[in-house]
Design a binder for this molecule. Structure first.
Ligand code: NAP
Length: 325
């Protein structure tokens, strides 16, 4: 059997490197103007090893471009204590003029609603677009902070050479952090968008007519080559561990034989997500400086001692400045 393996690989690292170098220039300019670099606060509430590795990588990426960072570990053994501590931490960081942007470890521990964060985070520091104001701006087509992963998926598509206006796009997943923001962004870019989810009756019937497929379901092997239109552009946002290996939602080999371009997992959307998060942070710092000049002129970020991960094995993944799968 002849297998066509012609799909172009859409790799995140080169684009991420380009974005990081632009961010480094912007950071240096900001520091020269304001006497301090932009600063990121990373809030962790109940540690889970995979997301600790992810957050450590973001801190490493910050350091690589000169962004200051603070690691806040919310103490507590039960949901009530953790929830109250999380609310207090996000409130304090939102009020601190030395902090430019805040991200919170996801998923939150069982029993803690995202609302705890949403109610406290300053929309101008919400660099991952979870505040309703930013979600609303996206929905209305205005500029705000969009979730970095959704932004990465769109950036990848735009750089893939795909013609988005007039295309049929299928987004698999309707979460507020990935699927729906991607769908809104694609609609804004004039694609005809279908959003599929776990209750979609015949997923393949939708994907087979799509010029663009964005998979964000968290289900390994959900999309196979026979579900794709020849020449489709496939953006795999999924991150799953299968048999000890990191895989996406798309069965890479069969999809690659049919698609014209495809993102690998790891190495596709993930690295781009982290670079864009840094770009969002710089934009947040610039917006705060423009809209709250008195606050921007205040003292630099107080150096709190970053909390070291308890497990040394968690530190091992922190070497890659791309910071995500
Ligand atoms: P999520 O909140 O669990 O949402 C998953 C979505 O997929 C839901 O809308 C769900 O439908 C849908 N879905 C589940 N099974 C399906 C099926 N069999 N057919 C069609 N749709 C199905 O997950 P998320 O936070 O959006 O994340 C999605 C994936 O992206 C995960 O693998 C996550 O790890 C990954 N991710 C990657 C990055 C990155 O930087 N690359 C960042 C964030 C997340 P219902 O709404 O009906 O339940």
């Amino acid at each position: 059997m002849t297998v066509q393996t012609g799909a172009r690989l859409l790799e995140g690292a080169p684009i991420a490197g380009e974005i990081r170098s632009r961010v480094a220039t912007d950071v240096a300019e900001f520091a020269a103007t304001h006497g301090r670099p932009p600063a990121l606060a990373v809030v962790v509430c109940g540690r889970s090893a995979p997301s600790m590795v992810y957050l450590e990588r973001i801190l490493k990426a910050c350091a690589s471009v000169g962004i200051d960072s603070r690691f806040v570990d919310v103490p507590g053994d039960d949901a009530a204590t953790l929830g109250a501590g999380l609310a207090a931490a996000v409130r304090e960081l939102s009020a601190d003029p030395a902090v430019s942007g805040i991200i919170v470890q996801m998923p939150l521990p069982a029993g803690i609603n995202l609302r705890v964060v949403v109610d406290e985070i300053d929309p101008l520091k919400d660099i991952d677009g979870i505040h309703p104001l930013n979600a609303g701006l996206l929905r209305l087509g205005y500029e705000g902070f969009v979730p970095a992963t959704a932004h990465a998926a769109l950036e990848m598509l735009e750089r893939s050479g795909a013609t988005i206006p007039g295309s049929e796009a299928v987004v698999i997943g309707r979460s507020p952090v990935v699927g729906m923001p991607v769908a809104f962004m694609l609609a804004k870019a004039s694609a005809t968008v279908t959003v599929c989810h776990s209750r979609t009756r015949d997923l393949a019937a939708h994907t087979r007519r799509a010029d663009i497929v964005v998979a964000a379901a968290g289900r390994p092997g959900l999309v196979t080559g026979d579900m794709l239109k020849p020449g489709a552009v496939v953006i795999d946002v999924g991150i799953n561990v299968l048999d000890g290996k990191l895989v996406g939602d798309v069965d890479f080999e069969s999809a690659r034989a049919v698609a014209s371009a495809i993102t690998p997992v790891p190495g596709g959307v993930g690295p781009l997500t982290n670079a864009l998060l840094l770009a969002h942070l710089v934009r947040a710092a610039q917006r705060q400086a423009a809209e709250r000049p008195a606050a921007a002129a205040r003292k630099p970020l107080a150096r709190s001692t970053p909390t070291e991960p308890a497990d040394p094995a968690e530190r091992q993944g922190a070497a890659d400045p791309d910071g995500a799968p």
